[in-house]
Design a protein around this ligand. Structure first.
Ligand SMILES: NC(=O)c1ccc[n+]([C@@H]2O[C@H](COP(=O)([O-])OP(=O)(O)OC[C@H]3O[C@@H](n4cnc5c(N)ncnc54)[C@H](OP(=O)(O)O)[C@@H]3O)[C@@H](O)[C@H]2O)c1
Length: 337
């Protein structure tokens, strides 16, 4: 069976190598998943570039996100049967409650991930998928979907009619837009590319700001909305100050990105924050229970993710390259073998 591995970390796309390997057999409490599709997240390019905060295991099979059906089960498996449609959980050992140092293992980083013909997972690391999703759609929720869901539901859930701000057109931002609309919220979206405005409106954004036309968009957003109640802050150093200016007095900012790829860090502008009672929170993706709750909502509303482009399995390097260039609208997907 075919699998990609990262042969040399920190060596960019050249480190990604496809190999023919022997078929793994599921041991006790393990499931063998026939992978039908996978998808990319920003962390996957950071792992490739050697800039991800968690050190990857040498020779790891990359990607946290993937979907497929259970092809075989090991002794003692109770959560799944052959034929079940499943996806993996990002922090495989984090079932519920709070994150701690003992459960930081991640698929596609310290544990073999999904970019292969088959993936061998502990039954505790996987969850069942909604029936309405295609394989390509089902392969997009593990990281970006759950991060957006956690940002919206992890602390105080925004009330119908309140304003949520999303930044950019990547996976997290578009899932946050879609989930916020499910919750009856109004959504403001900021994009660095004016040509994406119509697509953001078509997804339900009530207000779209092109940062190229309005670089100091914080006050514009605040005046148009009366103040943002929850910012899903994916922009980091480039956008944080404007997000703070855009926020309502008692707003909340879920800060998902603290540094940019040039080493710049988020800084709190003291003069703005002095006049503000905004709560700044952080999170790391989410637990398996969060993933199951999100997929239940996805099933109920028959929500479909936004897919930007699909690459064949043999074109995984091209998929990484395309994703790295950054001009995406939604998820970049790699088909199974
Ligand atoms: N803390 C966590 O648990 C967590 C989890 C997941 C992701 N994150 C972070 O959240 C951020 C979003 O992740 P993502 O996977 O959804 O998407 P992403 O691919 O990093 O975001 C892509 C979008 O960001 C905007 N963008 C602006 N300047 C960019 C640039 N120089 N390069 C790339 N994109 C640029 C673009 O939207 P426009 O063209 O519309 O401006 C682009 O479509 C990342 O920084 C990621 O590390 C954090």
């Amino acid at each position: 069976m075919l699998r990609y591995r990262l042969d040399e970390q920190g060596n960019g796309i050249g480190a990604l190598a496809m190999r023919e390997e022997t078929m793994p057999q599921p041991g006790p409490h393990q499931i063998l998943v026939r992978v039908r599709a996978t998808s990319l997240n920003r962390r996957d390019t950071m792992i490739l570039d050697g800039t991800y905060p968690l050190t990857p295991r040498a020779g790891i099979v990359p990607l946290s996100d993937g979907a497929g059906e259970v092809a075989a089960i090991g002794e003692g498996v109770t959560r799944f049967a052959v034929g079940d449609r499943v996806t993996g959980s990002y922090f495989a050992r984090w079932i519920d409650g709070r994150m701690h140092a003992g459960i930081v293992d991640q698929l596609g980083c310290t544990l073999d991930g999904m970019l292969g013909e088959y993936a061998l997972l502990d039954e505790q690391w996987a969850v069942r998928l909604p029936d309405h999703l295609s394989w390509q759609e089902a392969a997009t929720f593990t990281c970006a979907g759950l991060t957006a869901w956690s940002a919206l539901t992890g602390a105080e859930i925004p009330k119908p009619g309140q304003w949520v701000l999303v930044i950019g057109s990547g996976g997290v931002a578009l899932f946050a837009l879609q989930f916020a609309k499910l919750m009856g919220c109004r959504v403001a979206a900021v994009t660095s590319r004016a040509e994406k405005a119509d697509r953001l409106r078509a997804l339900g954004a009530d207000l779209v700001i092109a940062a190229t036309e309005t670089p100091e968009w914080g006050m514009t957003v605040r005046e148009a909305t009366g103040g943002i109640d929850l910012v899903v802050e994916t922009g980091g150093p480039a956008t944080f100050a404007q997000s703070l200016i855009a926020s309502a007095l008692y707003g909340r900012i879920v800060l998902l990105t603290v540094q940019d790829k040039n080493g710049g860090s988020v800084e709190i502008p003291g003069a703005v924050y002095q006049r503000s009672l905004v709560t700044i929170g952080r999170l790391f993706v989410g637990s398996r229970n969060g993933l199951e709750a999100m997929l239940a909502a996805v099933a109920t509303h028959r929500l479909r993710p936004v897919i930007d482009k699909v690459f064949p399995f043999a074109g995984a390097r091209e998929a990484y390259r395309y994703f790295q260039e950054g001009d995406v609208f939604g998820k970049v997907v790699i088909e199974g073998v």
